[in-house]
Design a protein around this ligand. Structure first.
Ligand code: ADE
Length: 226
């Protein structure tokens, strides 16, 4: 899978993809992440990529031309399955969206800044919008890093134990059950006895029941498909 990220702050995206799972995904050739500094593609002087908004009002808007020039260039080089715009007014990101995106081959992600991007780019280029939550970040980069991480770890061969993503929270609309490791008795706090019984069926049943319990308590909306 290849992900092209359009940004005015490429430095912000260096660290998130240089460690742990994303590093492994890149090292194994399963995920290619290419960041593009929008300022390198603007026809305006001094790397200008934003301007005042028509109609007045505080805050700058990212101009359409630099974005169109860069997206056109990328689209002549390969076919993209999605052109995604990270924006707080988009549909909320969830595990289902991550699963769907993990099946794509080439994706462009646009990171907005200031007041956002000129709406004509949203109308004519963007095929999917994503918000990572009901709060406003100062730019789309950290949101893009969240999406790339959630998608990248799902690519076959990234997780060592391939089945483990199947048991993540949300994969079946349930939260994950509690987990424990050694020692079995820590300060007198013991682990549930069933985990030591050695019967995988019993353990699976206990985990499933715990998942349902947790979901009921913490996120009942997931059970009602909200
Ligand atoms: N850009 C700014 N805030 C954002 C959010 N919550 N989700 C996605 N992109 C954003």
């Amino acid at each position: 899978m290849r992900i092209d990220i359009i940004t005015v702050l490429p430095e912000l995206l260096e660290s998130p993809f240089s460690h742990s799972m994303m590093k492994r995904a890149k090292d194994r050739g399963l995920l290619e992440i290419v960041t593009h500094n929008l300022r390198d593609h603007t026809p305006y002087k001094q790397g200008q990529v934003d301007d005042y908004q028509f109609g007045g009002g505080a805050g700058m808007v990212m101009m359409p031309e630099p974005l169109a020039i860069l997206i056109d260039k990328l689209q002549t080089e390969r076919k993209y399955d999605e052109v995604i715009y990270m924006t707080p007014d988009g549909p909320l990101f969830d595990q289902k969206t991550a699963n769907t995106l993990s099946l794509k081959e080439n994706i462009i992600i646009i990171c907005g800044h200031y007041k956002g991007i000129d709406d004509r780019i949203r109308q004519h280029y963007v095929t999917k919008e994503i918000s990572i939550g009901d709060y406003v970040l100062s730019g789309g980069e950290l949101a893009a890093a969240v999406v790339v991480d959630a998608v990248g770890r799902l690519l076959p061969g990234v997780l060592n134990d391939e089945t483990s993503a199947l048991f993540d929270s949300f994969q079946d609309d349930l939260l994950a059950p509690p987990v424990y490791t050694r020692p079995a008795d820590f300060r007198g706090w013991t682990i549930p006895e069933v985990l030591l019984c050695g019967d995988p069926k019993k353990i699976d049943a206990w985990r499933h029941e715990q998942s349902i319990q947790r979901t009921k308590e913490r996120r009942p909306g997931l059970l009602n498909d909200e």
